[in-house]
Design a protein around this ligand. Structure first.
Ligand SMILES: [Zn+2]
Length: 243
């Protein structure tokens, strides 16, 4: 069996899931992790987290008056540049779901190192029409793998979208983005969130509006505490650079 596998690998060398590069002649370039995922050393070297003391932020990039959860925390361990800038479009627009699981693995590892824990991990749900089009929800794959590593129960059904929204990246202006996702989530009717600490996970955060709305729905359903997490975010980079 391994002979057949070796022959297939020889004929069809695995290419990097992030940049698409094929191995060098000596075959050493792609670093293979379990499953069908491959990554080259160049892409792996660009997977650099924020410094330890710069991974927690206020969820909203532009806090607004009357925010019912003004101190909501957002954990962003990686900047949206380098590895993530290339990887996220590969996941969203090229169907590389295995790359989302790899991101979840990296997220889970750094969460474990930073002592992030909760009673339950949930993903930000994708609009049904977009999930149908893409075939998977990248936040689901990322959160699922991360929860396995930090050993916290996981549920993909807790948060549901109440309506379709536009892509946040298609909208300019913080206020407009806030309106786009306002009231877009609810907790499913048969779920009791009373007293739970819930970790809600997304792939990327920019203004924090989406995670903020998701957290609001969890608090309304009785959650004791909500911690937001985005695997990557540019806003964190800007904040870090402004210091
Ligand atoms: Zn690569």
């Amino acid at each position: 069996m391994s002979l057949i596998k070796d022959a297939v690998n020889f004929l069809l060398p695995a290419n990097c899931s992030v940049c698409g590069r094929f191995p060098d002649a000596d075959g050493k370039l792609p670093y293979e992790v379990p499953s069908d995922f491959h990554i080259c050393f160049d892409c792996l070297s660009k997977l650099i987290p924020h410094p330890e003391e710069r991974r927690f932020f206020t969820c909203m990039s532009e806090p607004y008056k009357g925010d019912p959860i003004p101190g909501l925390l957002l954990y962003i361990p990686y900047p949206y540049k380098g590895f993530f800038e290339k990887a996220v479009p590969q996941i969203k627009f090229r169907g590389h779901s295995e790359l989302a699981s790899f991101v979840g693995m990296m997220l889970g590892n750094i969460m474990a190192k930073d002592g992030i824990t909760a009673d339950l991990v949930v993903p930000v749900p994708l609009a049904p029409s977009r999930q149908k089009e893409r075939g998977f929800n990248q936040a689901d794959l990322i959160a699922r793998e991360a929860s396995r590593i930090i050993d916290v129960p996981y549920s993909e059904d807790v948060l549901v979208r109440t309506r379709d929204t536009l892509r946040q990246t298609e909208i300019t202006g913080s206020a407009q983005r806030g309106l786009n996702v306002h009231g877009a989530f609810k907790v499913s009717d048969d779920f009791v969130a009373d007293g739970l600490t819930v970790l809600v996970v997304d792939d990327v955060s920019t203004t924090g509006n989406t995670l903020h709305e998701a957290a609001m729905a969890l608090y309304e359903a009785g959650a004791k505490k909500v911690l937001c997490c985005a695997a990557s975010g540019n806003r964190a980079v800007l904040n870090a650079e402004s210091i």
